[in-house]
Ligand binder design. Structure first.
Ligand SMILES: NC(=O)c1ccc[n+]([C@@H]2O[C@H](COP(=O)([O-])OP(=O)(O)OC[C@H]3O[C@@H](n4cnc5c(N)ncnc54)[C@H](O)[C@@H]3O)[C@@H](O)[C@H]2O)c1
Ligand SMILES: O=C(O)C(=O)C[C@]1(C(=O)O)C=C[C@@H](O)C=C1
Length: 367
């Protein structure tokens, strides 16, 4: 497609959207604006945009598509700024914010003026922020939730989907309330739980400093998202506070149920508790991107000698197989293999396993 795209906020998500748009629509003019000039320069250097903006108003007024990729509180404020500009009458304005109810209310300043607003939320991301972490394929196979405003007709929604085609995301229209309830449960609430677990460990750390060295494995997985940008999560929490309060009440009841179960000291009930959770989780489409971020992990049972990691990464690099994470598990209990390699796609994991087993006699496993 041809036209002027204007991305406001050039961080992880703005950068990834820019990369995806330019990959699919190389003739488009993608201009980027960020309050941090260095982030703008970096976005251009990484080809996430092909032009930096020196005037929010000027570039918004030239745009056919405006994508607001800032933290949700800023997005609300930016809609007021945009409403004061002389935007093209057929411009489409969208956002990528993790909440939708407040954003859709704030968008009335635009829709009242006849501007089309379609709320958006790509349901994939990372605990990393900034354009340096942006990837063109960040949203591949992920759900991309859309909450069209009243003034958005089918044609504008299709135009927006076409612009975003390069993301290879799966578009799904939902109501803003439904959006905030579901994402509250599977994204925002887990964030509070992850952070609260870290707080609990922190409180015990003074008494048992060894705790931080042993907090690998399970703790590492469940607490990863607590390393995300705190200001982004402050804003998300403030936007979805009622849902989160309700979920916390339910959680307190759930924890009381667990306390009672432990007080009963009944092995069968404890087994059933874990077993039911395992069955339900194992049936979730967890290897697809979406509600739960996916990792295509490969476990490699490597001998403990210096240089073994560079041997494996060297083999993968030779075959041009990209990896997204690499870690050593310090215990062999319950898991086969000590080296965990995370891949971006199932295909890469398959190729990685074939590459390693064809050249070495190390066993590889997936779980
Ligand atoms: N990180 C994720 O996993 C994820 C996933 C989906 C959606 N989101 C949503 O995407 C949005 C952006 O998140 P991110 O992870 O890219 O954050 P980020 O911190 O990586 O990037 C945000 C960028 O916005 C810029 N910015 C802030 N205020 C601005 C303003 N007024 N004008 C111009 N630029 C401004 C910042 O300087 C920064 O570069 C948030 O609304 C978030 O809820 C995040
Ligand atoms: O993978 C992560 O680190 C994320 O937290 C991604 C995640 C999520 O909770 O699934 C976080 C917030 C976004 O709104 C969408 C995706």
């Amino acid at each position: 497609m041809n036209g002027n795209v204007f991305i406001i906020g050039l961080g992880l998500i703005g950068g990834s959207i820019g990369l995806a748009i330019l990959k699919e629509h190389p003739d488009a003019q993608v201009t980027g604006y960020d309050i941090k000039p260095d982030e703008m320069k970096l976005a251009k250097a990484l080809h996430a945009i092909n032009r930096t903006s020196s005037s929010l108003q000027h570039d918004a007024e030239q745009a056919d598509l405006i994508i607001i990729c800032t933290p949700v509180n800023e997005t609300e404020k930016l809609m007021n700024s945009l409403a004061a500009f002389n935007l093209k009458p057929d411009v489409i304005v969208t956002d990528v914010g993790s909440t939708k109810k407040n954003i859709m209310s704030a968008s009335h300043v635009l829709t009242q003026k006849g501007i089309t607003f379609v709320g958006g939320h790509p349901m994939a991301g990372s605990h990393k922020s900034g354009v340096s972490a942006a990837k063109a394929f960040l949203f591949e196979n992920a759900f991309y939730l859309l909450t069209p405003g009243d003034s958005a007709d089918e044609q504008s929604i299709d135009t927006l989907k076409n612009w975003l085609r390069g993301s290879k995301a799966k578009f799904l229209e939902v109501k803003p309330e439904e959006h905030d309830h579901i994402t509250g449960m599977v994204s925002h609430f887990p964030h509070i739980i992850a952070s609260s677990l870290v707080h609990q460990v922190k409180q015990n750390y003074q008494k048992q400093p060894l705790i931080s060295s042993l907090a690998a494995g399970g703790f590492r997985d469940i607490s990863r998202i607590a390393s995300s940008n705190p200001s982004m999560w402050r804003d998300i929490t403030l936007h979805n506070i009622d849902t989160l309060k309700e979920l916390l009440m339910e959680w307190q009841q759930e924890m009381n149920r667990v306390i009672n179960m432990l007080e009963e000291n009944n092995a069968e009930h404890i087994y059933a508790y874990f077993s039911e959770a395992k069955t339900f989780r194992d049936e979730m489409p967890i290897l697809q991107k979406g509600a739960i971020p996916s990792f295509y992990d490969l476990f490699v049972d490597v001998p403990d000698y210096p240089g073994v990691i560079s041997e494996i990464t060297g083999l993968l690099a030779k075959e041009e197989i990209s990896i997204v994470n690499l870690r050593i598990m310090e215990t062999r209990e319950d898991i086969y293999g000590v080296l965990t390699i995370s891949f971006q796609t199932e295909e890469d994991r398959k190729r990685g396993a074939e590459c390693i087993t064809s050249v070495t006699d190390y066993d590889v496993f997936t779980v």
